[in-house]
Design a protein around this ligand. Structure first.
Ligand code: 0A1
Ligand code: ZN
Length: 881
């Protein structure tokens, strides 16, 4: 484990390497505990670099067994090798030279899952961000691009499959029991895109013919017997390849594209050139074992990793500060892909829910950082929703400001100008400026200023002058290291909706820049005047969530109801429903806290039920509308001194009021969508199931009995319906006999399917209430729980900490202490996993003081540990600061 050195990396210190790497030849002799890695590296000194400058290579926990210089053993006086670096002196001034380094590594003992490790008997690698240096000494940074040749030698019976990046060169037997394979990747790449896989796996094969007529072999490798569950991933891959050609003009560039699913993986998946490695959770699906959400995730992540081939691999990042250059852009691309494959508005609603529940709290708390940070202590901690999701929103805003055509021109220019480069955010933005002629200087603040902009809006209508004025003021909150902020360029899509629902057209505008339906807020305070407005319109602002901001716009319930019923932008309709719901829910939380009886506002309930019953609206949208803001949303809205029990109780009371008032509507919806035809994982089928299941949830509340959900559980013919029914049973009726039976039946039926049992862990870990801590502790002793597998840990401990506000924040602080113990136990084994889990405590300051004190004490326990990883130390210190 890398323990903390306190070293901080600054963007301002960037400079190119002293030596240019020309070629990389690696030979792996695989062995579970003693793998030999021979690296032959050809370098030359960069022009202008001091002739005495040594070559310094990165390492992490390495043991070197030999070092040759131009094929001859090197004089030990000329080098210094430590586990963390190899420094070589007295090197030629300008001629190329070859270094041959041999290191010995132990894949079996690699529990961090960085570098070369073994997962269920499969050798695999994870090199982003700094895992390659755990394999061999190397200039392990993204601006060092080279062409790689890879030789793999391994026991033939145990490892019939030997894979690496690029195209297959050939293979043969090697001694009595071994064989070897050689791979060559003609595309220069940084070390973080290196991959190797060896083992015994099943394969699903297909082909794709690219737009220029080349046939590409597609292979998805999974554990034997799981091949049928990879069919959807293959379908998603082919659709991704086609979409990237049609929408971005990007063609695949090798003869083969491979995906390998492994069961131990720290993140979702990895875009290694030509050889993506996936967390098996994001590959395997069939109706019996995967929910609609699983299918949607698989589609999105397969697309995301594939799209990286251009945005990330062909054009990579100069340094890790530029991470959003590949991640924000690639998330934007996968969002657009999913929007094209599914319902655009429903997809947008889901994106915004995710952004608000994950990124907004990050941006408002101690871990806030700019989309393009300027310093880090541990790069692994910067794979954040800010870099990914806010980074995507920033790209989306460029598209909004430029318009479709100029955005496309800018993207084309980026691919043309920077193919083969390790580029920067500035390079990216410049392409859009050059393509459109627009100045994006002010806009670029989105990359540099952290914090979610808060916009206060007011509107006045003057009937005699026929004018509407909109006054807006922006405030960007202070964030760690940034106390003052400059006004940003915020593009707000809008419409003025007249009484009959049509969109009013404004004849003249004063006060600022408005281009078609986008209002450009660029000053701290700005007033826009629209003239020629015959009657008072309702303002629909930030349509489609054109900017990732929070609006404070005191619109009347009538106006919000008008938008909820009439806006042609479905996202805006959903937003209006949310805006109606939030005050009802915050009032309910306050009332519950004071011990009063909660009464849900009937105007809100009427709007909600009208939307639910509106057959003109797609089922998936109606299901989204009926999914009230979460407890975390309510906590955020309340802003501080929060009592999770009161928030939960208030929300439950509002749900009950809706369930009672809408019982007839829900009964009809449930019946109408229950007749199941053949299962299809597409968006239409998923939408119907979502609406049916939310209706079932309200009906179960109205009836206050488990019978309906138990019946649904018994009749379910797919995992979405089954897991939804089980969730209703467990969360609503945790002590009912029906629930116990269903949990036991589920466990028995899926006892051999770890991914499905993760759902069983999650459903139980998120049962509200103080008793859940004991439940989680008991589940950790279950034979299904594997403490070394990240998916298992996340599905039990992670969902408890992130998704069970009442259980995790129980008033006596016992769950915080339990959590601190778990973090300290996981850290030495897998620091990345521990650090990510720990971010669940980032919003502790928003809790009421009793809980906040207990949370701080638990965090202090972690901080006091003498041997923390850099990952955990970085997070705990920032959270406590
Ligand atoms: N680049 C991957 C995410 C990823 C990052 C780090 C990893 O290991 C520490 C693994 C994967 C993506 O965006 O999909
Ligand atoms: Zn990515």
């Amino acid at each position: 484990m890398r323990t903390d050195t306190g070293r901080i990396v600054h963007l301002a210190d960037y400079r190119p390497t002293d030596f240019v790497l020309e070629r990389v030849d690696l030979t792996f002799e695989l062995d579970p505990t003693e793998t030999k890695v021979e690296a032959r590296l050809i370098f030359h000194r960069r022009e202008g670099v001091d002739a005495t400058a040594p070559l310094v290579l990165d390492g992490d926990d390495l043991t070197m067994t030999s070092l040759l210089f131009d094929q001859i053993e090197m004089d030990p006086a000329r080098y210094t090798a430590t586990p963390e670096s190899l420094t070589i002196r007295d090197l030629p001034e300008s001629t190329p030279f070859e270094i041959t380094v041999v290191t010995m590594i132990n894949p079996e003992a690699n529990t961090q899952l960085m570098g070369l490790y073994r997962s269920n008997g499969i050798y695999c690698t994870q090199c982003e961000a700094e895992g390659f240096r755990r394999i061999t000494y190397f200039p392990d940074r993204p601006d060092v691009l080279a062409v790689y040749t890879i030789n793999i030698i391994a026991d033939k019976a145990a490892n019939p499959l030997l894979l690496s990046n690029g195209n297959f060169l050939g293979g043969a037997g090697f001694g009595p029991d071994k064989h070897f394979a050689a791979w060559f990747d003609p595309h220069p790449k940084p070390s973080y895109l290196f991959a190797l896989v060896a083992g015994d796996l099943g394969v699903v094969e297909d082909t794709f013919t690219t737009m220029s007529g080349r046939e590409v072999a597609l292979k998805i490798y999974v554990e034997h017997g799981k091949e049928p569950r990879a069919a959807y991933a293959m379908d998603a891959l082919k659709r991704s390849m086609k979409w990237d050609e049609e929408v971005f003009g990007r063609e695949y560039d090798l003869d083969i594209f491979m995906i390998v699913a492994v069961s131990d993986f720290n993140m979702g998946a990895m875009e290694n050139k030509g050889l993506n490695i996936f967390n098996d959770k994001y590959v395997l699906a069939d109706p019996e074992t995967a929910t609609d959400q699983d299918y949607a995730n698989i589609e999105a992540i397969i697309a995301h990793e594939y799209f990286h081939n251009w945005t990330g691999n062909r054009i990579t990042c100069r340094d890790w500060f530029q991470l959003c250059l590949k991640e924000g852009l690639t998330v934007y691309r996968d969002h657009e892909f999913s929007a094209d494959m599914r319902s655009r508005s429903v997809k947008r609603i889901a994106e915004v829910r995710h952004l608000r529940s994950e990124q907004f709290p990050e941006d408002a708390g101690p871990l806030a950082h700019p989309v393009r940070p300027t310093k880090y202590r541990e790069i692994n901690n910067f794979y954040t929703t800010t870099v990914y999701e806010k980074g995507s929103e920033v790209t989306r805003m460029i598209a909004t400001i430029l318009g479709r055509d100029d955005f496309k021109k800018g993207m084309d220019l980026y691919f043309e100008r920077h193919d083969g480069d390790a580029a920067t955010v500035e390079d990216f933005v410049k392409c859009f400026e050059d393509a459109s002629g627009k100045d994006l200087t002010q806009f670029s603040l989105w990359y540099h200023q952290a914090g979610t902009p808060q916009i206060t809006v007011s509107s006045t209508y003057d009937a005699s002058a026929k004018t509407l004025t909109l006054s807006l003021e922006q405030m960007i909150p202070a964030t760690p290291g940034q106390s003052t902020k400059e006004p940003m360029h915020i593009p707000l899509r809008f419409a003025l909706i007249s009484e009959n629902g049509s969109e009013a057209s404004a004849s003249a505008i004063a006060g600022g820049d408005v281009t078609s339906d986008v209002l450009h807020l660029t000053q701290r305070a700005q007033t826009f005047t629209f003239s020629g407005i015959g009657s008072r319109p309702v303002v629909s602002l930030n349509r489609g969530f054109s900017a990732p901001v929070t609006l404070h716009f005191a619109q009347s319930a009538e106006d919000l109801g008008h938008i909820a019923r009439h806006d042609s932008d479905l996202f805006a309709r959903w937003q209006a429903i949310t805006d109606l719901a939030l005050p009802v829910l915050t009032d309910a939380a306050k009332t519950a806290r004071d011990g009063g009886a909660v009464a849900a506002n009937s105007a809100f309930v009427d709007v909600l039920l009208a939307v639910a019953a509106d057959e003109a609206l797609e089922p998936a949208f109606r299901a989204q509308a009926l999914t009230l803001p979460s407890e975390a949303d309510i906590a955020r809205e309340l802003g501080g001194n929060n009592d999770p029990d009161a928030i939960h109780a208030g929300r439950q009371a509002v749900l009950s009021a809706i369930a009672t008032a809408g019982a007839d509507v829900f009964r009809k919806l449930h019946a109408a969508h229950s007749a199941s035809g053949p299962f299809s994982p597409d968006a239409a089928g998923a939408g119907k199931r979502a609406l049916k299941n939310i209706a079932l949830s309200f009906l179960s509340i109205a009836e206050n009995a488990p019978a309906l959900a138990a019946d649904a559980f018994a009749r379910a013919d797919n995992m979405t319906d089954l897991s939804q029914a089980l969730t209703i049973l467990a969360h609503r009726f945790p002590d009912a006999a029906e629930t116990k039976e269903a949990l036991a039946a589920f466990e028995a039926r899926f006892a051999s399917n770890a991914l499905v049992l993760d759902k069983w862990f999650t459903i139980q870990a998120t049962i509200p209430g103080a008793a859940s801590l004991e439940r989680v502790k008991a589940l950790m002793t279950s034979p299904h729980f594997q403490p070394t597998n990240p998916n298992r840990v996340r599905s039990l401990v992670g969902t408890f900490a992130f998704g069970n506000a009442t259980g995790f924040n129980r008033a006596d602080g016992a769950a915080y202490q339990f959590f601190a113990e778990k973090i300290l136990a996981i850290d030495p084994r897998n620091p990345q996993l521990a650090a990510r889990l720990l971010t669940a405590m980032r919003s502790w300051r928003l809790l009421e003081s009793g809980r906040a004190d207990k949370a701080r004490a638990a965090l202090a326990t972690i901080e006091a540990s003498a041997s923390l990883s850099t990952d955990v130390r970085d997070i705990v210190e920032r959270i406590l600061k």
